[in-house]
Design a protein around this ligand. Structure first.
Ligand code: PMP
Length: 295
């Protein structure tokens, strides 16, 4: 699914075939989850293939590395150029781009000496499909912000997210919604959360969640469309009277939620503010004008 015998990836300064790429089994990233990555989408837009929010994603990659002390030399502009070359070499347009900064052989718990960059891409359809999602409140909490760098997209952090998703699937749900350690709504394992109530959108404040680039895009869209948004702590009990809710993420895009813990939200997804945001988001990634969005 991710690569074939012809797929090209970028590895430490060179474009090579994915099947010829090797890594060190003594890598600190493999053993201890000490690495950083990004998830980026490219779209076939009105103006050709465009990487959505390329600058923001590669800036976050560099920031993730800096936050945990991984020395990473690439400039943002250089990374954007590599990503576009990668798409061209693989003849990709609508696709998902995955840069990974990983460390060399190091069995100790000290800062790595050797740091490497791999970047690959593949065609990826909707992460969640078209149907509004059935979520459950996870038994797995978001990590304590005093134990990790919450703003960093670090490989090892994702054990928490895999546990939450796996549990949700075993319980028969599409995905999970994780609470923070104070019991407020945090985020889904790979996406941020928004809730609609009485014409206002609410989303959890930063601190216990990954500051999503799509979350920020939605905040900007709402400012343009005059949809009021409040960033604040959300109690799980509030979900019972919420009108609607949705997830935001590069992979998930804007994904409507049908029910949480089998309790349906008040409005049909089609009648929610989320649909307007979803439409506007689609216009933005495809570089179409917002003009036909009706609110
Ligand atoms: N939270 C988590 C835990 C994620 O992995 C992601 C996906 N990167 C998001 C939120 C959404 O972030 P973004 O909108 O930047 O893709």
């Amino acid at each position: 699914m991710y690569y074939t015998k012809d797929t090209i990836l970028f590895l430490n300064g060179k474009f090579i075939k994915a099947v010829d790429a090797h890594t060190d089994l003594y890598s600190q990233t493999l053993h201890y989850g000490f690495g950083a990555f990004e998830g980026i989408r490219a779209y076939q837009t009105m103006n050709g293939t465009k990487i959505f929010k390329a600058h923001e994603h590669f800036e976050r990659l560099r920031k993730s590395c800096a936050l945990v002390g991984i020395t990473f030399q690439y400039e943002t502009e250089e990374l954007i150029q590599i990503a576009y070359q990668l798409l061209r070499k693989n003849n990709l347009s609508d696709s998902y781009i995955r840069p990974l900064v990983y460390c060399g052989a190091n069995m100790t718990l000290t800062q790595p000496q050797d740091v490497y960059l791999m970047m690959c891409a593949w065609e990826w359809d909707k992460y969640h499909g078209d149907k509004p999602l059935k979520l459950c409140i996870s038994s797995y909490q978001r990590p304590n912000p005093n134990s990790l760098k919450m703003e960093a997209k670090v490989t090892g952090h994702y054990v928490n997210n895999i546990l939450a998703t796996s549990e949700a699937k075993v319980r028969g749900y599409d995905d999970a919604l994780m609470l923070d350690l104070n019991g407020y709504i945090g985020e889904a394992p790979g996406a941020n959360f928004f809730m609609e109530k009485d014409g206002v959108l609410y989303t959890p404040t930063l601190g216990h969640i990954l500051p999503g680039i799509t979350r920020q895009t939605v905040l900007n869209i709402c400012r343009e469309l005059d949809i009021p948004v409040v960033e604040r702590n959300i109690k799980p009990e509030e979900l019972e009277s919420a009108d609607s809710a949705f997830l935001t993420g590069t992979a998930a895009e804007i994904a409507g939620i049908e029910s949480i813990d089998a309790k349906p939200l008040q409005k049909e997804w089609q009648d929610s503010l989320g649909v307007t945001v979803q439409e506007a988001y689609k216009c933005q990634v495809l570089e179409k004008s917002f003009s036909y969005v009706i609110i």
